[in-house]
Write a protein that binds this ligand. Structure first.
Ligand SMILES: Cc1cc2nc3c(=O)[nH]c(=O)nc-3n(C[C@H](O)[C@H](O)[C@H](O)COP(=O)(O)OP(=O)(O)OC[C@H]3O[C@@H](n4cnc5c(N)ncnc54)[C@H](O)[C@@H]3O)c2cc1C
Length: 508
């Protein structure tokens, strides 16, 4: 490409954590159909001395689409990252000790008479005939039975009514992506950036400690919490959301697996936050996300350690963060992805998904060297909507939790939620409706599982359902849940599924 060519000729990705290598793999793949001279040159710089955060281990279903889009086959991915299938999240203790609800990746039964089946189930709840939707959620029933197979393609089968994601080792994932991206032509550079050269609100180059100077047309800031380019150089600003989400620290401790992996993440409410349990093939990831305003670090470590099921495999990894987002994820010629663009706690396993959608948006709105402000504004508009959707979903968990012990919980219940969430909760309370907006990471079924799990039920149901004979609605609901139970019993045990994947990977 010559100097007069408006197209981006060079991209520098700053950072080689999950965000950096996902961007490298996706961008190199996206431009691969172009003839070599028309492809941008992609380089990635990372610092071995600084290292990565590397704790992101639980995901949501669109990750499968990401892997497919970069040509990463499932058996290869699962074998190389120690992955297990994930059907949802079990929330324990959020409504008090001993309470449990499940957010499964799937709907609650088929649509009937033009109404989503959940409306029929809300009717039964209003009549006192049920207390949980779990029996109508295929992934919830599968997770409880420990059985797994990929969803069926035929939409008429009840075994098509779910989706799945993975638990995996984030460090191994970044390593696998790195190999893929370098095979696709990405150049990896190792070195520590010591300065960033800017001019007219754009980054011109980064300087490495050893004196090298790296120029590019487009910079992708994946430098982690530091936000070296987007904040350090361009001062994009940060919107702090900690008044609603006061957790600001985490401790992570991996343990040896003491039993076969669950098909779900566990999020157990604790005195000043919540503890995760993420089962991989070879180990279990554990952690405590807590608020330093409500518990001392040492007490948090003791509380986490008391709940561990196996011997620790590493020293505790302590992390600090401020929940919020970069005011502009794209500024000038810098697009921030991953922790450089903001942080939302991993309660719904969304950070890696936000990296994925950020990459997707960048590819859709990919600029020329003029960096048209219209494209930048659109990217930032969609990013903000998506982040607010995830933020509100997470706040709902804390705001509606009825857990009694711990001052954090009273604080979260009493803090008025953002207007956008208040509106959603009102609509759900009124008629069980969730606005299916385009930018939501979570759909109606997910909101329904979580809100009803937190004991928020609609006051009225749709009239098309309210007018039906109650006994007929109940006997049909029983038939649907029997069908789900019988279909689930035909599925293989999860260990059988994992052995099959392993054999496929070895045969390659
Ligand atoms: C406690 C916790 C739990 C989490 N759990 C989940 C989860 O379950 N699911 C999920 O989806 N997400 C989770 N996340 C988020 C997830 O870890 C991150 O989104 C993901 O790891 C992306 O990180 P990153 O690549 O943006 O940053 P990092 O991993 O921090 O990588 C930053 C990169 O920038 C480089 N760098 C920085 N400064 C310089 C410099 N001066 N010179 C050269 N290179 C530099 C570093 O070397 C590194 O390569 C969690 C995060 C935390 C904190």
């Amino acid at each position: 490409m010559g100097d007069n060519d408006p197209r981006i000729a060079s991209i520098l990705i700053v950072g080689g954590g999950t965000a950096g290598w996902m961007a490298a793999a996706a961008l190199s793949r996206a431009f691969s159909p172009l003839p070599a001279p028309a492809r941008p040159v992609i380089k990635l710089v990372e610092s071995d001395a600084i290292g990565t955060v590397g704790v992101g281990e639980a995901t949501i279903p669109p990750i499968r689409q990401f892997n497919r889009s970069i040509g990463l086959d499932e058996a290869d991915f699962m074998a190389s990252t120690g992955a297990t299938p994930k059907l949802g999240i079990a929330f324990e203790g959020w409504m008090g000790d001993g309470s449990r609800y499940f957010h499964g990746f799937g709907d609650h039964g088929p649509d009937v008479q033009g109404q989503p089946y959940r409306q029929h189930l809300f009717r039964l709840k209003a009549a006192g005939r049920l207390n949980s939707l779990d029996r109508w959620s295929v992934p919830s029933v599968m997770a409880a039975a420990g059985r797994f197979a990929r969803p069926e393609a035929d939409p008429r089968s009840i075994l098509s009514a779910y989706s799945y994601a993975y638990h995996f080792d984030a460090g191994l994932f970044a390593g696998r992506l790195s190999t893929l991206a370098q095979a696709a032509g990405v150049t990896r550079l190792e070195g520590r950036i010591s300065a960033v050269d800017t001019a007219e609100d754009r980054v011109r180059a980064v300087q490495l400690e050893d004196g090298r100077r790296l120029e590019a047309d487009l910079f992708i800031d994946c430098s982690g919490f530091r936000g070296l380019l987007i904040e350090g150089a361009l001062k994009a600003g940060y919107e702090d959301w900690s008044r609603w989400l006061p957790c600001d620290r985490a401790i992570a401790i991996p343990t040896r697996a003491a039993r076969p992996p669950d098909l779900y993440t566990t999020a157990r409410a604790a005195s000043a936050g919540w503890c995760w349990r993420i089962p991989l093939q070879h180990r279990v990831g554990n952690g405590y996300v807590y608020s330093s305003a409500f518990i001392e670090d040492d007490a948090a470590l003791d509380e986490l350690a008391a709940g561990l099921e196996g011997p620790a495999e590493a020293e505790p990894n302590r992390l600090r963060f401020v929940t919020g987002r970069r005011r502009a994820a794209w500024k000038g010629n810098v697009v921030a992805l991953g922790l450089a663009s903001g942080f939302l706690e991993p309660l719904e396993s969304t950070s890696i998904n936000l990296i994925q959608t950020g990459i997707g948006r960048l590819l859709e709105l990919f600029p020329d060297r003029d960096f048209d402000p219209v494209l930048i504004a659109e990217y930032n508009r969609r990013t903000e909507l998506e982040w607010i959707g995830v933020r509100d979903f997470i706040i709902a968990h804390y705001h509606l939790a009825a857990r009694a012990e711990g001052a954090l919980w009273a604080h979260c219940r009493e803090t008025p939620p953002p207007d956008s969430l208040t509106e959603r909760l009102s609509l759900f309370r009124a008629r069980g409706e969730i606005d299916p907006t385009h930018h939501d990471s979570f759909r109606e079924a997910s909101w329904t599982s979580v809100l009803t799990g937190l004991d928020l039920w609609p006051q009225k149901v749709a009239p098309q359902v309210g007018g039906l004979d109650l006994e007929a609605v109940e006997s049909q609901a029983n038939r649907v849940s029997d069908l789900i139970a019988r279909a689930t019993a035909t599925l293989p045990d999860r260990l059988e599924f994992l052995r099959g994947v392993q054999m496929k990977a070895e045969a390659r």
